[in-house]
Structure formats: C-alpha cells, structure tokens
Design a protein around this ligand. Sequence first.
Ligand SMILES: NC(=O)c1ccc[n+]([C@@H]2O[C@H](COP(=O)([O-])OP(=O)(O)OC[C@H]3O[C@@H](n4cnc5c(N)ncnc54)[C@H](O)[C@@H]3O)[C@@H](O)[C@H]2O)c1
Length: 375
Amino acid sequence: MKKVKLAIIGGGLMGKEAASAMGRWFVLNNFDSQLELVAVCDLNADILKWYAQVPTVKMLTQNHKEIIANPDVDVVYVAVPHNLHLALYTDVLRGGKDLLAEKPFGIDLAAATEIAVVAKATNRFVRCSSEFPFLPGVQRVITAFNEGKFGKLVQIKSGFHHSSDLDPTKPINWKRQSQFCGNIGVMGDLGMHAVHVPFRLGLKPTNVYAQLQKIYTERPDGKGGVAPCDTWDNATLHCDIVHQGLTVPMTIEMKRMAPTETNTWFIEILGTDGGVKYSTKEPKTLWTFQRGKEQTWTKTDLGFNGPFATITGGIFETGFPDCFQQMLAAYVAERDGFLDGRFGCATPEEAVMSHKLFDAALQSHAQKSVVAVSL
Ligand SMILES: NC(=O)c1ccc[n+]([C@@H]2O[C@H](COP(=O)([O-])OP(=O)(O)OC[C@H]3O[C@@H](n4cnc5c(N)ncnc54)[C@H](O)[C@@H]3O)[C@@H](O)[C@H]2O)c1
C-alpha cells in the first residue's frame, strides 16, 4: 500500500483529532493509500509530549521550519489560530509540501486570496478542512438535491450552532479575540461548515443582509481578571440565491450562543415538489419531503455509510471522528487520483468565496443594508 506521510503543525484540539483518525486508518476497507503521521510541531512542549505515544511519529519540534525541511513529509495539516494561517500555510507551500489547511483559510479575505494565489503558483495540492459533508446524512442530502426532483426551490437554511459560550464564566481564548480569530468572528469559526455544501451544490448568494451580535463583551482572563471579548458571537446571514432563474431566500446561521446546542450542523432545502433536511441533532435521521396526493415528511434511519467503505457494520452509528476520518480519506483520494466522483474537500476557491461572503456580511451589518456579492 502506498504511504502518504503527513506532519501536523498545531497539535491542539484538531491536531489530536487528525492523529486519532490516522491511528485507526485500517478502519478504511480496500483504501489504496495509507496516511501516516510522521512529525508534529507545536510551540507547547506539553502538547508535543502527547504525540510521543504515537508510534509512527519520528519528529517532535517547536519549529515549523524543521517540519518543512523534513524530506520524509509529503503533506502538512496546519491547525493553528487564524492570525497565523497566512504565514504558515504559505511557508508550507513554498517549502514544496501539499497542504491540508484549516478553516477559515486565513484571517480575512486578503489573507485567503493570497494563500490561494500561492497555492496556484506553487502548484501544490491544497484543500481546506470541512468534515460534516462526509456524514452519511449529508451525503444523502447532496444526492437528493442532485437528483433534481425538488421542483422550484422555495427556501434553503444552512447553519452551525453551539452553546458553550452561554456560560459567562468560560475563560477567554484566542477564538474570542479579533486579533487572533479575525474581525469576522464566529463566521471564521463556523462559517466554512455552513457554506461548503450550499456552495458545492451551486447555491451561491448574490447578496447578503447580515445580523451580527456581540453578546458578552468580556470574559474571565483565566488569571483572576477579565479580558475584552470582541468577536462576533452570532451571525445570521439573509441571502438571495438564483436557482433555475428564480430568486430564492437562503439563510445561513453561525452561532456560538444557541441555547442547548452542542455542535449542531444542519441544512434544509425545500422545493415545491420535494425537499430534504438533516441535522446532527438527530444524527441518524434523514427527513425527506414529498408532494404527492398528500404532502409527507418521510423519516429514514441511517446506518454507517460514508463515501469510503469501512469495516464498521452498516447498521452502526456515525460520529464526529468518523466524518473527520472520511474527510482525510477524501483528501488523500483526490490527491492520489482515486476520488472517483465522490464528494471532495473544500477547495481554495470555495474558501475564498466564503471570505467574500463574510466580508460582505461585515459591510452589510455596518451599513444596515443589503450588500451585493459576486461569487
Ligand atoms: N474542522 C473543525 O471542525 C475545526 C474545529 C475546531 C477548530 N478548527 C480550526 O482548527 C484550527 C486550530 O483550532 P484548534 O481548535 O485546534 O486550536 P487549539 O488552540 O486547540 O490548537 C492550536 C495549536 O496551535 C499551536 N500553535 C500556535 N502557534 C503555533 C506555531 N507558530 N507553531 C506551531 N504550533 C503553534 C498552539 O500551541 C495550539 O496547540 C483553527 O483554524 C480552527 O478554526 C476546525
């Protein structure tokens, strides 16, 4: 089996998730390439210690340049705060490595555009992380829409909600400070998740009216004091899309303060003849709307059927680690030429499009007006 050797820069929450997905690569059945974690870089020595337990890791370093200079590395997964995306992603690309980037692919539109330009100039294989489309329920949504039997589209809702920020005693971290997370705030955090599937289905906003909320403006600093919390907590984007000549409303919601939601990704596409909705709140359940003599919602109980075959029984349940592994499989399959028409990871062009939308949303909120977007 061909080996693809991967290094991680930024070994925190997502770095560990990637390491765990690679550690059980044998879950994938008849998969042509093995993704193997060989090196990790993090500034934090305690984090590096965690990776010492991974038998395939040969290099642990606090200097990302050592990762880039390592001839044994083919691909680098970079999962660091947003203010570092531009410098580290472009270092990786100029160092001759392929890149699995994290969202939002740069702290702002200018950074995302520059990363995409460098990706093209260096001719490296670059994709951006967004794992929810690889859940069986989301795959079914994509298939149902592409069958083209929904009639005239009526409305689209897409979003991502969580709620841990409702706790005002939760200490500040980099994701709640604009200098590290970006002026787009929650849109940078959750936005790629909410737009990846609509964009891929061709549902691209032509304008946006944005409602942005800063709800808690300070948080404990973790050292006994308080620190300013200056990022947008919640964003609701009211957009128009044009589908088969009709203008259709699409709402995109990204919320850190959505009561009771832990990590809820959802989509709903409704047409005059049919429709579909799926939410990770009910991860096994696909709802399908059909207009016949009567109008019905059909509830389908889903099994374990990601785009890439696994040893896991088809009646079992899928979760976050599974869709993250399926996304890594899609990255490798596309890079090595055997994606075979399956859903691929978010492209640099899609990441830049997401930033154009979020940039327009910032303008819309500031002006309290509808802003045109060209995607
Ligand atoms: N795909 C997803 O579902 C998902 C979920 C959460 C976060 N993310 C994204 O992943 C990225 C990282 O988020 P996270 O939650 O893992 O953050 P985190 O804070 O848990 O981890 C970031 C790590 O980067 C390290 N780091 C900082 N500067 C560095 C440098 N110069 N060199 C090497 N390491 C450095 C930090 O020490 C830390 O361990 C962000 O872009 C975020 O938006 C994606």
